[in-house]
Write a protein that binds this ligand. Sequence first.
Ligand SMILES: [Zn+2]
Length: 224
Amino acid sequence: MIRNHNNAVTIPVLIRCEEIRRDGHVRVGKHLIPVRVLPLPRLDSKFEKEFGQVPEKSNADFLRLLLLIVAINNREQPHLAPRGYLHSYVTVTAHKTSSKIERVWERVKKDPNRELAAELNHRLRGAKPVIWWVKSEHRLAPGLYCRDIATALFAQLHTRLQTPKGLAVCLRCEKPFIRSKRIQRYCSSNCGAAARMSQMRQRTRKEQRSTNVATEQWRAKKAG
Ligand SMILES: [Zn+2]
């Protein structure tokens, strides 16, 4: 078992694997299923190569829920962050479920944790608590056996996300990444630099506009 910074116990997420890569076994009836512990996902092609392809739909759902989790972890206030993570979550969810945006907002504003629990539980139907044999430690331990990689990813969300070194969503490219500091807002130095650049451009445009308006007013005054 792994303890996180709150000293809370998180259960390892297990998925079936080739015999040669196993961290241990789960016994089901007469069968021994070789399993490995899913590490924190990096969600890139290397990860998929190693653990199997995540279906497009699950991937989209994963990213969507990530927005909600980051909003909850940040204690985002919708009125203070009108275009924040919660806003993105609501927009994407309304589109995906063809429901009214106001409906989703109402639900999320009332209780974002309830929304998250309902969404996660729905996706954890393919997960099952088991007692497994940990090869390296020669002992039995509790684990969460997931029937496929998509279920395992959602299980990861709930067991590992409350840590400061958890997953976050890049404010620029909206890709998930594993942050090293709680305040890290961009996935890479590239995204950070690009974001600063566009902020600068926006400022310049704004200044340009106000200069133009002032010039127009001056011209109008002169003409009139
Ligand atoms: Zn990025």
